[in-house]
Design a protein around this ligand. Sequence first.
Ligand code: PDD
Length: 287
Amino acid sequence: MSRTVYVNGEYLPEGEAKVSIFDRGFLMADGVYEVTSVLDGKLVDFDGHAIRLERSLNELDMRAPVTKDELLNIHRELVAKNDVVDGGVYLQITRGAPADRDFVYPDPDETPCTVVLFTQSKPGITESPAAKNGIKVISIEDQRWGRRDIKTVQLLYPSMGKMMAKAAGCDDAWLVEDGYVTEGTSNNAYIVKDGKIITRQLSKDILHGITRAAVLRFAAEAQMEVEERLFTIEEAQQADEAFITSATMFVCPVVEIDGAQIGGGAPGSIAPRLREIYLDEARKAAI
Ligand code: PDD
């Protein structure tokens, strides 16, 4: 079934939506994005995603082309028009399409940003086999650029990482820099040892996950101990549990890292519990 998508102020059938070949998103990956999950037809953590989007735009000297309220309306319109019950909304804003290719940024008064949104319907998203059985990851060197806190559309290396994982018979890759895990290709990474949840502290080295912020808050509220610090793959392999968080996977256990089983190769108790709390709270607060 053809989706209705949003491009620069218009709602169009997906086959009719067009962006210029001179768009800087296409030529230079000069754009930012957000993925907001949808549960029961409602947006999860919309505010968090909107605030991070604003920050990404600011960091790249891009002018926000739509207000937060307008964005919320577009998200809701698309969810309604496409009858999305469970799934997500993808949003991308690029520095627009100047008259020609040029490394220099175009004048924002002459070249408006390009705004694209589309929905992804994923029935049963909360009941995935990955969440039930856990996923297997490999570790690879983190070869991304140094501003991973900005959610840009430069996703080639994360994509290569997923392909390396697939080639190794695994589901995803954890990225390692200077001996320490930064994050997953498209998620934040955690380990659990003696009941304590350990995850890398926020910096320019990782994306400041919206799911991460919520999960750490819920963990603290549930009296779970949280430590934000560096950890290695070796430490992760010795951990009692490991897991990832993202807007598309929520909380998902990791049961194997570079061939070493974690917690006997089955999800432990903390990650599934956090997932349950997260999904409950996300549903309650969704708008
Ligand atoms: N990815 N780290 C990276 C590198 C990511 O790409 C993502 C999200 C996260 C988790 O952030 P959040 O909890 O806000 O989704 C961490 C999205 C889901 C994607 O690219 O599809």
